[in-house]
Design a protein around this ligand. Structure first.
Ligand SMILES: [Cu+2]
Length: 480
């Protein structure tokens, strides 16, 4: 059904939204002083590191996110939300970056910073069969660390670059990094990351997966700001009349252009890719290509409601619309800078903490450990009792730590998930590293039961787990 933008929707039950995590880098080892302010036109870059070293850690993992009211989607993420956290550094800073791949589904992931200049791959040595380098894939359970220097100011995309990149980006593996130029005036700010979403026609046990065929055909079901359709209709961006404010916009795509427009006003200044050296004045609409950004300065004199949209109207109705509420009663702009108190949601289902899905706090708790869990390592032995296996999940635990099946015969596992709203599955791996899957079960969101059909396995002692809770819901899988 097409959702028509109408005044009536503004009075929908107010959405509770949570603030998207901002990465506040821990600043260490202040090194050289910032370079002297230049005279004349703004500089568009620095030549070398001249700021501080900032530590940025991202964890790639998959979880469930509400992408439109009632639509729960299996997102692939950085740090548990799509988009991932907004990263903010200063021009000239050195980013000491670490990517941890905590994939729950055995997936390789990687990082690509548009704000960096570093090789996609190292020059291959003679006879090398695989590429190495900063942007190359990281295996599940592994990390990669490298340094880069923020030499250009602006708003830039970061994303996973593992093929098919279309799939990794469509499923949520992107975010914005702001490289703050020197002497940026302090103002109220907002960050909007636009993207398309391509869920399958039907959910599996209440959760939609990404549909690669739709991604390839550019048949999005939702076009969104900050990961959830229409969220700023109910939670407008509030500013005061005549207050100059700033919107950083990053278009993550993966494929559509964001024709960014605010109905009822004009852009005082538009900075292509957010670089103050690229300034345009008095624009109505600005086309932001996939993988590009812009920074807009606005100042709206008259109180009222001003929708922001993509002016590609086939897509506006898919969720790419929100409101700027110009209101004398708007809360004062935060005194500290950068301002982070503005409505800015990653679209995570507010009814459930992120920890319900990943065991990881939404506020950035410890990343899930991928080392073999004590329970999985416990010597468990059980004997095959036929080809119809049963297992139950309740309170995020399995009711057994051992399952057994006869060798060389197909079998079924009837899985009952008693945890309301929590997805679990069962997958079988050759060992506790989870690197090689023998069977991967689809997610089942409780309360529900489902019977998996598993093909014949050779004799051996294997490992099973829930991929969403890979360290706490584990056991031994015996085939003999
Ligand atoms: Cu990925």
């Amino acid at each position: 059904m097409r959702r028509v933008f109408a005044v009536g929707v503004f009075v929908e039950i107010a959405l509770l939204i949570i603030g998207l995590t901002w990465i506040r880098p821990s600043r260490t080892s202040p090194t050289q002083p910032l370079r002297p302010a230049s005279s004349g036109a703004p500089d568009y870059r620095v030549e070398a590191a001249n700021g501080t070293v900032v530590n940025i850690d991202l964890t790639a993992t998959e979880t469930i996110q509400e992408i439109a009211p009632g639509i729960r989607y299996h997102v692939w993420t950085f740090d548990g939300t799509a988009p991932g956290p907004v990263i903010r550094v200063h021009l000239g800073d050195t980013v000491h970056f670490t990517l941890t791949n905590a994939s729950t589904i055995g997936m390789q992931h990687s990082i690509d910073f548009h704000a960096a200049m570093t090789p996609w791959a190292d020059l291959p040595a003679a006879g090398a069969t695989t590429l190495t380098g900063n942007y190359q894939p990281v295996n599940p359970g592994e990390t990669k660390t490298f340094d880069w220097v923020a030499m250009f100011p602006g708003v830039f995309m970061y994303h996973c670059g593992v093929p098919p990149v279309l799939q990794h980006i469509s499923n949520g593996m992107y975010g914005a990094i702001i490289v703050e130029p020197d002497n940026l005036p302090k103002e109220r700010e907002f960050v909007l990351v636009s993207s398309e979403l391509y869920p399958t026609a039907k959910p599996i046990h209440g959760v939609y997966e990404g549909d690669l065929t739709r991604m390839e055909a550019v048949d999005p079901q939702y076009v969104v700001f900050n990961g959830k359709a229409d969220q700023y209709k109910t939670t407008p961006l509030a500013v005061k009349p005549d207050e100059q404010f700033r919107i950083w916009v990053l278009n993550a795509g993966p494929t559509l252009t964001d024709a960014f427009h605010v109905i009822g006003t004009m852009f005082l200044q538009t900075h292509a890719d957010g670089n103050p050296a690229n300034t345009l004045y008095g624009l109505q609409t600005y086309a932001i290509a996939p993988g590009a950004g812009a920074m807009f300065e606005l100042k709206i004199p008259d109180p009222g409601l001003y929708p922001f949209v993509t002016h590609s109207f086939a897509y506006t109705a898919l969720g790419a619309v929100g409101l700027i509420k110009v209101d004398p009663q708007a809360p004062p702009a935060p005194a500290t800078y950068p301002t982070m108190a503005d409505p800015f949601s990653a679209g995570v289902d507010p009814a459930k903490p992120l920890s319900a899905y990943t065991g990881k706090g939404g506020g950035g708790g410890p990343a899930p450990s991928l080392s073999p869990s004590p329970s999985g390592a416990a010597p468990a032995a059980c004997e095959p009792g036929g080809t119809k296996l049963h297992i139950t999940a309740a309170n995020t635990m399995f009711d057994t730590n051992c399952l057994a099946a006869p060798a060389g015969k197909p079998f079924t596992i009837t899985f009952e998930n008693k945890d309301p709203g929590i997805p679990h599955n069962i997958s079988i791996y050759t060992d506790e590293s989870g690197a090689t899957a023998l069977f991967k079960g689809e997610l089942v969101t409780g309360p529900a039961s489902f019977t998996y059909k598993v093909g014949p396995l050779g004799p051996g002692t294997y490992f099973f787990r829930c991929d969403i809770h890979p360290t706490t819901m584990t056991g031994t899988f015996v085939v003999k």
